[in-house]
Design a protein around this ligand. Structure first.
Ligand code: BGC
Length: 762
């Protein structure tokens, strides 16, 4: 044995003894046990090796070819071999992961395995609906299941860490990343954050089908000024605590192991270098024990922000602020050791960061078996029938029925002649959305396929206009919208000859997502023209929208009898849409985000504040909070969504109109299915705090329940109100309840129908 190998053997053997490798029950160990193992391992490590754990590189490994030579990339292999890399992202597939893991385990001095990260946002290969769409299901079990499938497939492809869920609340549909979140509401967003974290991480992180989750982007990213990607964020304490933080708190409570900071600055300090966010709040106040990763190059971007003098200074700021791992900035690996030697960074911070990262590796069981995610047999299960069925279930639950005049829907299963028109009708890629890294193009079921497979009804298809050409992910909106109108005429002549027209319009898959902010929320390109031309010859139109954000579809709302919000529903999109259009699934989705009438209304959200002049004081007055050219009302409010049946809300009863810190009361209503078919309704319960130490929103969602009813059936639904429900972050800088009067509202959307009042005393 060569000296080097003997040394490694001794070190690893002592490590085995100390950390208890091969012990399968690692996750049942207490935190203290884990901490001991981490400390023992840290004691064996050099400063450079500890810093190495804090370094993450983007994938360079191509099992069949050399690594790229540009930029810092040439150093990556060398760094990997010398234990200067703790994690890699964008390496996927068992063969590739095994190859990089092998270097870390066999070539480095201590053989510490790598974390393998990937953006498994709404599935790995079998894709569920985009997260905004899933949020529209309000079905926490379905959302959790979808994350479980995502984790199972990703884990089977060698991945042990997803950069999800994105829990950024946003009120601005111009921002392209609203597709990746759960919408505008902190309460719904918190429950969904919890469901997603639990879905990815499961009960047992050492299992082979669970992976660690990452709550991102901490914090305020969804509040980018003017909806422009990466833009400045400037928000006050109340919004930060009462709106932005809750889903992050929920993710922390659900045990999320990692956080990602964000590209934006928050009130003058970039989130990546923000000590208040990462150390004071997250690690100290909330007691988060996992680790924080930077966003892609966000450490060095602090120089562009004008917050760091140079790259080295950026590294110093980031580590001091609490960013534990550097994604692709190369500055931790390049400068941290120097900074420690110069006394600018305390080595204890390095120990803390590396320790947090190692702890997660222990929890995942990577020290027991670094190749536990590298099973080629399991890899073959990716894309299984079972997974496809599961994503179909959540896809149909995510659809929201926006309009259905004269019961145009559901479609007749026999004898209907259908014209299927629109640039997205046969699109097999757009339904996958913009986060489809491991899903091949053209793998979604299109609406055309879905309708054709569903019944023998004759379907005649024409795309009408073109929305995408070439490689849309890299071109701007003006380049992709063609001006060719020839298809409109042909589509119109088909529409004339058919009973019903199903028009599939919206945004192509790359028109929302990161880096895809828009200033207009209209139907892009010539789609509006197509819609109006078809309407001239056939008014029986079902408009199926496929989009990653709320759109301003005022004309359609006024003129088109049936509108179905089908978002980007993932792999099974066309099947889900067909089941809904034919009534085999009665739509139950509700909007998680307000649809504006005009971009000028943005930010528009249901839980706004009243202002001092909320209503018009007298006819023809202008001195009140309004626009002179548009109403304050949204097109579709938060929580809105129809069904093929109707529901009646009545008899709001409170068991008491007063309560205090030691008591609680219930509010109940009776819900009846007054239509002809069975259906599900999301009963929503809101409150308003009428007077408080800081002004409170006109309405806040505080509970909901999904209720299934047969035609004619009634059920009593009740919600319990206790002190927790009225708590908020007050002027005293703490979460507390304040005595006073409240309103309670219950209904099928944020435009609730029933209301009453109650009061609270301490
Ligand atoms: C995004 C993150 C993502 C990361 C890695 C960044 O551009 O903001 O959300 O996880 O890239 O792909």
């Amino acid at each position: 044995m060569k000296l080097k190998n003997i040394m490694k053997f001794c070190l690893v053997s002592s490590l085995v003894l100390v950390v208890g490798c091969k012990n399968p029950s690692i996750t049942t160990k207490t935190n203290a046990d884990l901490d001991k193992k981490v400390d023992s391992l840290l004691a064996l490590m050099t400063l450079d090796e500890k810093i190495g754990q804090m370094n993450q590189y983007n994938g360079f490994w191509d099992a069949t070819g050399p690594s790229p030579k540009q930029g810092n990339a040439s150093k990556k292999y060398e760094h990997l071999e010398s234990g200067l890399v703790g994690s890699m992202l964008n390496v996927r597939g068992v063969e590739n992961v095994k190859a990089v893991q092998k270097i870390a385990v066999e070539k480095t001095r201590l053989g510490i395995p790598l974390l393998i990260g990937f953006d498994v946002i709404h599935g790995y290969q079998t894709l569920s609906p985009i997260p905004l769409a899933e949020a529209a299901s309000w079905d926490l079990a379905a959302i959790k299941k979808s994350s479980e499938i995502a984790a199972e497939e990703a884990a089977a492809a060698g991945i042990n860490w997803t950069f999800a869920p994105m829990v950024d609340i946003s009120r601005d549909a111009r921002w392209g990343r609203v597709m990746e979140g759960a919408g505008e509401d902190p309460y719904l967003g918190s429950l969904i954050a919890e469901a997603r974290v639990k879905g990815f991480q499961g009960e047992d992180l050492s299992a082979v089908n669970t992976i660690i989750a990452c709550a991102k982007h901490f914090a305020g990213y969804g509040f980018a000024e003017s909806g422009r990607e990466y833009n400045t964020v400037d928000i006050g304490t109340s919004t930060l605590y009462n709106t932005v933080f809750p889903p992050f708190i929920a993710a922390t409570k659900a045990g999320v192991r990692t956080f990602m900071n964000s590209f934006n600055e928050l009130n003058g300090i970039p989130a990546t270098g923000n000590k208040f966010l990462q150390r004071d709040i997250l690690k100290n106040k909330w007691g988060f024990e996992g680790f924080v990763i930077s966003d892609w190059e966000s450490i060095i971007e602090m120089t562009d922000h004008g917050y760091a003098e140079n790259d080295k200074h950026a590294a110093e700021i980031a580590i001091n602020a609490g960013s534990d791992m550097d994604m692709e900035s190369y500055v931790y690996v390049n400068y941290l050791a120097e900074l420690v030697k110069e006394g600018k960074v305390d080595e204890k911070l390095i120990d803390d960061a590396a320790g947090r990262i190692l702890k997660v590796k222990f929890e995942l069981g990577l020290f027991d078996d670094p190749y536990k995610y590298c099973d080629t047999e399991r890899e073959k299960t990716i894309g299984s029938k079972k997974n496809k069925e599961a994503v179909l279930d959540v896809a149909k639950k995510s659809i929201v029925l926006l309009k259905n005049e004269n019961n145009l829907l559901p479609l007749k299963k026999k004898g209907a002649k259908i014209a299927l028109i629109g640039p997205l009708a046969a699109d097999k890629t757009s339904p996958l959305g913009s986060w489809r890294l491991a899903a091949e193009d053209n793998t979604a079921i299109s609406v055309l396929e879905g309708l054709q497979k569903y019944t023998d009804n004759k379907v005649t298809y024409h795309k009408g206009v073109t929305l995408t050409e070439g490689k849309p992910e890299f071109v701007t909106e003006t380049q992709i919208n063609t001006t060719d109108r020839t298809g409109i005429k042909e589509a119109v002549s088909i529409a004339k000859k058919n009973d019903v027209v199903v028009l599939v319009l919206g945004e192509h898959g790359f028109q929302s997502g990161e880096g895809r902010s828009r200033t207009s929320l209209n139907l892009p390109g010539l789609q509006q023209e197509l819609l109006e031309a078809v309407y001239q010859v056939n008014k029986n139109i079902v408009l199926v929208l496929m989009n990653g954000r709320p759109l301003t579809i005022n004309w359609a709302d006024k003129n088109i009898p049936a509108i179905v919000e089908a978002w980007q529903l993932g792999t099974q999109s066309g099947h889900a849409i067909a089941q809904v259009l034919y009534g085999d699934y009665n739509p139950s989705g509700k909007l998680p985000m307000t649809f504006p009438k005009s971009v000028g209304q943005i930010p528009i959200y249901y839980n706004y504040k009243n202002t001092g002049r909320p209503t018009i004081p007298a006819p023809n007055q202008v001195f009140w909070s309004h626009y002179i050219d548009e109403s304050n009302e949204p097109l579709y409010e938060f929580g809105y969504g129809l069904s093929y049946t109707t529901f009646k809300y009545e008899n709001l009863k409170l068991s008491s109109h007063k309560f205090n810190k030691d008591t609680e009361f219930t509010a109940s209503i009776s819900l009846t299915n007054t239509g002809k078919v069975a259906g599900k309704e999301v009963v929503q319960f809101y409150i308003q705090d009428l007077f408080a130490s800081i002004t409170r929103p006109v309405k806040e969602l505080k509970g909901f329940e999904m209720v299934a009813l047969e035609p004619g059936e009634s059920k009593e639904i009740s919600f319990t109100i206790d002190k927790k429900i009225i708590e908020f972050y007050t002027v005293n800088n703490k979460w507390e309840s304040e005595p006073g009067d409240f309103k309670i509202f219950i209904g099928g959307s944020s435009k609730t129908v029933l209301e009453d009042t109650f009061s609270y005393s301490n």
